[in-house]
Design a protein around this ligand. Structure first.
Ligand SMILES: NC(=O)c1ccc[n+]([C@@H]2O[C@H](COP(=O)([O-])OP(=O)(O)OC[C@H]3O[C@@H](n4cnc5c(N)ncnc54)[C@H](O)[C@@H]3O)[C@@H](O)[C@H]2O)c1
Ligand SMILES: O=C(O)[C@H](O)COP(=O)(O)O
Length: 524
């Protein structure tokens, strides 16, 4: 049984496929309510309320995936997720329209004083002069962060007859042209906009992008909006400029601390607020819950996820193409690790032929995870392999080569360790499967599966016979056997496969023969 924890409120209709799956047990409770059972859950679904911290990852020892039903993942410690090998996905598109519409509603409300007027009429006041507003028409709207939401706001602003100023250092010329905007500098936006709205993620570079100093550069009487994340507009800076009258008003859906406690901003009549409602529409909630549900189901079924924050994203088509190499790479990493039981400094992977055209970074991570998984006692997968390698001082690299060794596709891994290097080559033959076709300088051809014995020996008469006799004396049946050598009478190798593991006495006996250089067991 797979256990899924849904710790924030989510659309039940969106969650339905998870609720319907007979092999999945869905628990809809907060983290605190299931404190004693956290170790059971395979998947966690959240919105912005649950704080997914390193401490939570430590407690959720079985966790494989976190699904964020929404865009912002600033409530999830992505580094900790990666370290713990947990995939993080989000639902990036599902609430774009809702948030753009909410921002627009806030902007119109702010400039027409609708919330304030609403309160007075309901208190039996009829004060038409106190709420003279400002038109949106003809005003310059500065949009900081021109992604999905920023783009939707621009489309709506144009229909309202507004001029649009955009600041987004990552905005491509193509996208700007398509939407009919041009990028300006932050200073140009600050000095020319009548209304400024922020739509960036909350990251180091955007925290406090509007602060005491930058707000001072804006036009006197500017209106500011934040329907993205608390902290993008520095609250202390905003309060300063509300107090001195430089800012005419602000509309805030998000706060540095949510819910805002003793927050001075709530005391200003010209500040209108909502409780983080940008994504709170029936449509958006259905969209985001359905998106993460499908992604989590795909992931749990071993299919690709398309919106991962800490894994390369793959389409189903690409995933199907990669899969054979993914499995081969994992086995190759594992074989090398078992053959090289010394500290390792470097793992270099080279791709040749058709495999080089695929998403090789994913295959590289699979190889690394196979390699590290055989030598560390924590879960290693494609998510955390790179990080664990770095932590252990192992550098890794990948290279695409135009060499043509005759194979349709070829993966080569070269591992450099203390006084020892190891090279392994593998290929995938359609309809035939994975083959290991080279070890160090030797050509060989074997199927990497089961219990293997790798022997380096002198190419002399009787060595193979002696190995066969020792195995026969121990009643061990040889399933397959391949040999390889470089030159007559020189060094040679054997790879034998068995149906059961070999015991140590047998390998020690084989190692004791003069003509045998080394004996290594490999369990796959
Ligand atoms: N209030 C809500 O309920 C609500 C709902 C949805 C999204 N959001 C928030 O809105 C924000 C934007 O969402 P989105 O879907 O448009 O994301 P997005 O990723 O499509 O867009 C973000 C944009 O910010 C830009 N950006 C990044 N760093 C920047 C910088 N230093 N200066 C200027 N621009 C920068 C990026 O290039 C990108 O274009 C997110 O923080 C999200 O969490 C809030
Ligand atoms: O980043 C988001 O998607 C929004 O802030 C929505 O957050 P919520 O899911 O908590 O409403």
């Amino acid at each position: 049984m797979i256990h899924v924890l849904v710790s924030d409120s989510m659309s039940s209709e969106g969650l339905q496929p998870l609720l319907d799956a007979s092999h999945i047990n869905v628990v809809q409770k907060t983290v605190e309510e299931v404190e004693d059972e956290l170790h059971l859950f395979d998947a966690l679904l959240v919105r912005s309320a649950t704080k997914v911290t390193e401490d939570l990852f430590k407690k959720m020892t079985n966790l494989k995936i976190v699904g964020r039903a929404g865009v912002g993942v600033d409530n999830i410690d992505i580094e900790a997720a990666t370290k713990h090998g947990v995939v993080v996905i989000n639902a990036p598109n599902g609430n774009t329209i809702s948030t753009a519409e909410h921002t627009f509603a806030m902007m119109a409300s702010l400039l027409r004083h609708i919330p304030q007027a609403n309160v007075t009429v309901k208190s039996n006041e009829w004060n038409r002069t106190a709420f003279v507003g400002t038109e949106l028409y003809g005003k310059s709207l500065g949009i900081i962060g021109f992604g999905r939401i920023g783009g939707e706001i621009a489309k709506r602003a144009r229909v309202f007859g507004m001029n649009i100023l955009v600041f987004d250092p990552f905005l491509t010329k193509d996208r700007a042209e398509k939407i009919g905007v041009s990028n300006c500098t932050l200073d140009e936006l600050l000095t020319n906009a009548d209304i400024i709205t922020v739509h960036t993620p909350l990251i180091k570079e955007t925290r406090g992008i509007l602060n005491k100093e930058t707000i001072a550069k804006t036009k006197k009487g500017v209106y500011l909006l934040n329907c993205a994340r608390g902290g993008i507009i520095d609250e202390t800076g905003l309060i300063h400029h509300l107090e001195n009258g430089h800012v005419a008003g602000a509309a805030l859906d998000v706060f540095e601390v949510e819910p805002p406690v003793n927050n001075k901003l709530l005391k200003f009549d010209n500040v209108i607020v909502t409780p983080h409602l940008g994504a709170s529409t029936k449509e958006a909630q259905l969209n985001v819950a359905a998106q993460v549900t499908q992604e989590v189901l795909n992931f749990l079924d071993g299919k690709p996820v398309t919106s991962s924050i800490n894994l390369p994203t793959l389409t189903k088509e690409l995933f199907d193409k990669i899969q054979p190499f993914y499995h081969l790479a994992k086995k190759m990493g594992n074989i090398v690790s078992q053959c090289m039981k010394v500290p390792v400094q470097e793992v270099a992977i080279q791709y040749e032929g058709s495999v080089a055209e695929l998403e090789t970074s994913f295959i590289t991570k699979a190889l690394l995870s196979g390699f590290l998984g055989a030598r560390v006692d924590i879960t290693v997968n494609e998510v955390n392999a790179g990080m664990i390698a770095k932590e252990r001082g192992i550098t890794f690299s990948e290279k695409i080569t135009t060499n043509n060794s005759g194979y349709e596709n070829l993966l080569e891994v070269r591992v450099i360790g203390d006084n020892q290097n190891f090279v392994l080559r593998g290929t995938h033959v359609p309809h035939y499967g994975e083959r290991i076709v080279g070890i160090n300088d030797f050509n060989i051809d074997f199927y990497p599966t089961g219990y293997l014995l790798y022997i380096q020996h002198q190419d002399k008469p009787g060595v193979i016979g002696r190995v066969g006799k020792v195995l026969g004396d121990h009643e061990v049946n040889i399933a397959t056997m391949q040999v390889g050598r470089k030159e007559k009478g020189g060094e040679a190798i054997m790879m034998l496969a068995f149906d059961r593991p070999l015991d140590d006495t047998l390998t020690s006996q084989l190692s004791s023969y003069d003509d045998i250089v080394s004996v290594k067991t490999i369990d796959l």
